[in-house]
Ligand binder design. Structure first.
Ligand SMILES: *[C@@H]1O[C@H](CO)[C@@H](O)[C@H](O)[C@H]1NC(C)=O
Ligand SMILES: *[C@@H]1O[C@H](CO)[C@@H](O)[C@H](O)[C@H]1NC(C)=O
Ligand SMILES: *[C@@H]1O[C@H](CO)[C@@H](O)[C@H](O)[C@H]1NC(C)=O
Ligand SMILES: *[C@@H]1O[C@H](CO)[C@@H](O)[C@H](O)[C@H]1NC(C)=O
Length: 431
């Protein structure tokens, strides 16, 4: 009896040791090393280095090391799409140079298919608008060095009443793969009130079973807090309702998406929805804010305007290489709101760590008048004595070569100034 107990106890200890080992491996694999400038006494109000839920390549399809970039038809065209629009958009991404900057997915949204499946139960492209078929379209897009995306729904119908893929996951994924599709946006309409945690994994498995590498974009609108479970299912997950082309929408969405910052990471990103830049509902400053904050939040950068016919201002915003570099930074940590003050907290500091011990910082004025906004180093987790060079990503110049303790700038109403801070001195935590 004693012997059995001993063995039992030994086994328990072994299991406990194994458990601790497995857990520590699991945990250390997911947590970034402590930031060198976070060792001092000053703590940020919200730790921008909190990566406790940071996922790394959880889905295992090798995609989304950085947030996806490209274009999607919905925000500008809605259902008014056809193969000419898609081909001309691919052409325009190349001729404008946007493709070279990373915008390489050309994504068709809802309304591409016939309203009913064929006699064999298969999805078919609407041949009035895609007469050449999607295989030919994919070949065309691929010939330009770009990738083609498509849309379906984890329900009985799509939001525009085309057939959904619920219960048809394997057939539909196989079709998409046979056409050469590279990306699937998967929506949430007509969901029969079945939990999304049950409806979204079958398409992951079906896409995987095709053997073709296909980006899986979950569009569940944030209904069941997908950040908590979607990392192992998709490459990105919508955190909010649909974006609208106005200021109220982007501020609301940014705040909701911000809540889930520590769940994003390489392989799986929070998705606050596609860009509205260039669609006419906001001012230049508001669009610049929208693009800056989306980049900082490691949001997918999916252009939503008509790239065949952009204004110079729209092009200037979405082609800012320094802002895009923040979004595509290899560290892959979502920036977040770290400090807010003033009436209703309308003077805001958003920030996030970048590779090379750098930080990105945005000073965002949500008030209706121009104001000076100040970021104190304490809000960034920096020692106040740390000297920092400050590069302005919209002016494309260094605005300070050695700021310490704080930095201030004049920010117009609804504008957002965006910077990269590079600490120049390492202060010893023991001093
Ligand atoms: C399918 O999933 C496995 C396990 O995550 C992964 O190793 C493989 O690369 C995936 N295949 C495709 C085509 O996504
Ligand atoms: C199903 O869709 C409706 C809207 O059509 C939405 O309100 C609801 O939250 C969704 N339910 C689930 C479980 O996703
Ligand atoms: C191009 O955009 C302008 C507005 O910027 C608009 O007035 C015009 O109709 C557009 N042209 C086409 C062909 O869509
Ligand atoms: C920061 O820069 C200032 C001026 O360039 C310099 O005088 C100061 O010694 C620097 N501080 C540290 C801690 O290196």
């Amino acid at each position: 009896m004693a012997k059995i107990t001993d063995n039992f106890a030994t086994a328990c200890i072994h299991i406990a040791i194994l458990y601790v080992y497995v857990m520590s491996v699991a945990v250390t694999a997911r947590v970034l090393p402590v930031h060198p400038y976070l060792s001092g006494k000053e703590k940020p109000i919200t730790s921008i280095f909190d990566t406790s839920n940071y996922g790394i390549l959880q889905l295992g399809n090798g995609l989304a090391n950085t947030p996806q970039m490209g274009w999607n038809s919905w925000n500008y065209f809605a259902c008014d799409i056809n193969e000419e629009v898609i081909k001309e958009t691919a052409d325009a991404l190349i001729s404008t140079g946007l493709a070279k900057l990373g915008y390489n997915y050309v994504n068709i949204d809802d309304c591409w298919s016939e309203l009913v499946r064929d006699s064999e139960g298969q999805l078919v492209p609407d041949d009035r608008i895609f007469p050449s078929g999607l295989k030919a379209l994919a070949d065309y897009v691929h010939s330009k060095g770009l990738k083609l995306g498509i849309y379906s729904d984890a329900g009985t119908l799509t939001c525009q009443y085309h057939p959904g893929s619920l219960g048809h996951e394997y057939d539909d994924a196989a079709r998409f793969a046979s056409w050469g599709i590279d990306y699937l946006k998967y929506d949430n309409c007509f969901n029969l009130s079945i939990k999304p945690e049950e409806r979204f994994p079958p398409m992951r498995d079906a896409l995987n079973a095709t053997g073709r590498t296909i980006f899986y974009s979950i569009c569940e609108w944030g209904v069941n807090d997908p950040a908590l479970w979607a990392g192992k299912i998709g490459n990105s997950w919508r955190t909010t309702n649909d974006i609208r082309d106005n200021w109220e929408s982007i501020t609301t969405i940014a705040d909701i998406n911000d809540k889930w910052a520590d769940y994003a990471g390489p392989g799986g990103w929070n998705d606050p929805d596609m860009l509205e830049v260039g669609n006419g509902g906001m001012t230049y400053q508001e669009y610049r804010t929208h693009f800056s904050i989306w980049a900082l939040m490691k949001a997918p950068l999916l252009i939503g305007c008509d790239v065949r016919n952009m204004t110079a201002e729209t092009f200037e915003l979405i082609s800012n290489e320094e802002v895009i570099a923040v979004n595509q930074d290899q560290l892959g940590v979502q920036g977040r709101k770290v400090y807010a003050y003033g009436t209703d907290g309308c003077y805001q500091v958003w920030a996030g760590p970048l590779s090379g011990s750098r930080l990105t910082v945005a000073l965002w004025n949500r008030c209706s008048k121009s104001a000076t906004i100040t970021v104190k180093w304490a809000a960034l987790g920096l020692e106040s004595s740390t000297n920092v060079s400050v590069r302005d990503l919209w002016k494309h110049e260094f605005v300070s070569l050695g700021s310490a303790s704080s930095f201030s700038a004049q920010v117009d109403a609804h504008a957002c100034e965006m910077y990269v801070f590079t600490p120049l001195t390492v202060t010893s935590s023991s001093s």
